[in-house]
Design a protein around this ligand. Structure first.
Ligand SMILES: Cc1cc2nc3c(=O)[nH]c(=O)nc-3n(C[C@H](O)[C@H](O)[C@H](O)COP(=O)(O)O)c2cc1C
Length: 580
């Protein structure tokens, strides 16, 4: 699904709209009519509201104060409605680092306040403000907080990869469910409720796709937990309060989650992020994938169990790993995830690497080199972003996600056309293709002191001038020393009757030295010549083209020699075109 950008017609200064939405309950909507930030989720450019709620019963609670973009105007407005010296609780359905600036000022003006949040939220708070430990009241699912006057608050934790500390708060008196990230939308207007909900469809869907599509499984689990509460209103962190379209919107969430699960292609997006930069890149990449019709399973490696990573890696068609560099390394959780990937992901799975770094970026290089060494193919050029992303670099990430999705789709298409043929037809076609013959050759390549040899019969002359040849090679043949322009190799053309092929296979195995038992000499380009071959050619790779499940390598011949003038070329005869 793609979304066009909707530009708002109104532009007004930021303000805070206040209204009563239930007994003893106010909403304070900090509003901006312009795009708040350049992150993808604000891409529709319809402004947004940061919704906070104030319950004034025998005890008072402020729910979800806004981020620092609104600190000053929000506090000015709040003080018109609440004596901060008498505020009892601040409830965080999610401890957003952005909200800290507002919280800090609030705590100066209301030192008596208790901060209520989930355990992961409390950890974030304690790290930032170690002195506040005694002010934090940690809550779990099914805990309650009684504000008096029937306002019993029930807490439901709804952790997701993106918001590990996520929580919803339900007020029994008003049947308002404070949903924070769930059921929101980035739209600014004077309308408090969702009476025009049909007009919000596109924006709601866009918000879901940006924030929740990559965590559909956890969102479904959250919906299950929230269903028994029988809420009358959803009071989200952004956009209108959901009153008229509550059941429809809940149904939409279920549908959208299901759609993600039903997508044919799936990408596991593994990342860690200490300060949020790599996470922001991950979201932009995910957005590019989702908008190109590929499901994304987002895994925050800091929170995931190894078994969860293994399952996601086995179930995906491609995987992408993102990491910051900290102290010259990838975080331990990323190193663990990389180990799992290398052992569990089939080599045919498409891979991608990205990360934010400060000055050296070792983590990104490490992940990339490990994946390339293991012969994974990359679906986009590795993304390296210094510190925080910009609007431009986020667009790059989105484009990379879309590119990755296209490569996956192309791969899938290539795997499917056979289905159009009947089994008998396939068989006949394969037999016919198998009648194509080729000379049996051993390609020898060199990396430093290590020599590799690959058996092939998929070679043919391609040009007279310069003398050039074409070789088809697959990703899983471990032929990475001969796939880049400038790479050099020797093509040893084998002789009929001398069984050299038994020393080699169609794949090279790193570490093996099949030449050890054979007589060889070194070519000018450093690769090995088999002295018992019929002839050899020293070649340089000029071009590589992706064709179906192979790369076509075009190489020019720098030098060649016939070693056995009376010999005959060994030929690979086959019965079927479905294998070598
Ligand atoms: C304690 C610390 C150590 C860091 N070490 C490195 C480093 O060795 N090399 C580097 O390129 N950047 C280093 N950085 C910069 C981070 O990689 C950079 O801030 C990055 O944006 C963090 O990504 P994140 O927000 O996803 O955690 C370091 C940053 C911190 C705070």
């Amino acid at each position: 699904m793609s979304f066009s950008t909707v530009i708002p017609t109104l532009s007004r200064p930021r303000d805070v709209q206040v209204a009563e939405i239930g007994i003893n309950t106010l909403v304070l909507r900090s509003r901006t009519w312009e795009r708040l930030k350049f992150e993808v989720e604000y891409g529709r450019q319809r402004g947004t509201t940061a919704n906070s709620y104030l319950i004034q019963a025998q005890h008072t609670a402020l729910i979800d104060p806004p981020g620092e973009s609104f600190t000053q105007i929000f506090l000015e407005e709040l003080q018109k409605h609440q004596d901060l010296g008498k505020l009892d609780y601040i409830i965080f359905n999610h401890v957003n680092p952005n909200r800290m600036a507002t919280l800090k000022v609030l705590m100066e003006k209301a030192p008596q306040v208790k901060i209520v949040c989930s355990k992961p939220g409390a950890n974030v708070l304690k790290n930032t403000f170690p002195d506040w430990e005694s002010k934090i009241q940690l809550v779990r699912s099914e805990d309650t907080l009684n504000l008096g006057g029937g306002h019993e608050l029930q807490f439901v934790t709804v952790p997701t990869p993106r918001w590990a500390d996520g929580m919803c708060t339900y007020d029994v008196a008003t049947r308002i469910l404070y949903t924070d990230k769930l059921f929101g939308v980035h739209v600014c207007s004077d309308v408090l409720f969702d009476e025009d909900w049909k007009q919000l469809d596109g924006d709601r869907r866009y918000y879901f796709e940006c924030l929740h599509a990559t965590q559909a499984k956890q969102v479904e689990a959250a919906l299950d937990k929230l269903a028994p509460l029988k809420a009358k209103y959803y009071a989200p962190g952004h956009g209108p309060i959901v009153r008229y379209s509550l059941s429809r919107f809940t149904y939409d969430y279920r549908q959208w989650c299901q759609e993600q699960k039903n997508q044919e292609l799936r990408v596991a997006l593994l990342y860690a992020s200490a300060y949020g930069n790599t996470a922001t890149l991950a979201q932009a990449i995910a957005q590019g994938l989702i908008q190109t019709g590929v499901a994304v399973e987002s895994i925050n490696c800091e929170l995931a169990e190894p078994s969860e990573i293994t399952r996601a890696i086995e179930a995906c068609d491609g995987f992408i790993i993102g990491s910051p560099t900290l102290g010259g390394h990838a975080p331990t959780q990323i190193q663990t995830a990389l180990g799992i990937v290398l052992s569990a992901a089939a080599k045919t799975k498409l891979a991608g690497v990205f990360g934010s770094y400060g000055w050296s970026g070792e983590a990104i290089d490490l992940i990339e080199s490990k994946l390339l060494d293991a012969n994974y193919r990359l679906g986009f050029n590795t993304i390296r972003i210094r510190f925080s992303p910009t609007e431009f670099t986020l667009q790059q990430c989105q484009d990379a996600g879309a590119e990755f999705a296209q490569v996956l789709k192309k791969k899938k298409k290539l795997r499917t056309p056979r289905q159009a043929l009947t089994a008998a037809q396939v068989d006949r076609t394969e037999q016919a293709v198998g009648r194509i013959i080729g000379s049996l050759c051993v390609i020898s390549t060199r990396r430093g002191d290590s020599h590799s040899g690959i058996l092939t019969s998929w070679v043919s002359q391609a040009t007279f001038n310069p003398p050039g040849l074409m070789i088809a090679i697959a990703q899983d043949q471990n032929a990475d020393a001969m796939i880049h322009p400038g790479d050099q190799f020797v093509l040893n053309i084998l002789k009929e009757g001398r069984n050299l092929r038994r020393y080699f296979s169609y794949h090279s195995t790193p570490g093996d030295n099949p030449f050890a038992q054979l007589t060889t000499k070194t070519a000018n380009n450093g690769c090995l010549i088999l002295c018992d071959a019929l002839a050899y050619l020293e070649c340089t790779v000029q071009q590589r083209t992706e064709c179906g499940d192979r790369w076509l390598i075009y190489a020019t011949v720098d030098k060649g020699e016939v070693l056995e003038p009376t010999g005959v070329t060994a030929i690979q005869h086959r019965k079927s075109g479905s294998h070598y």
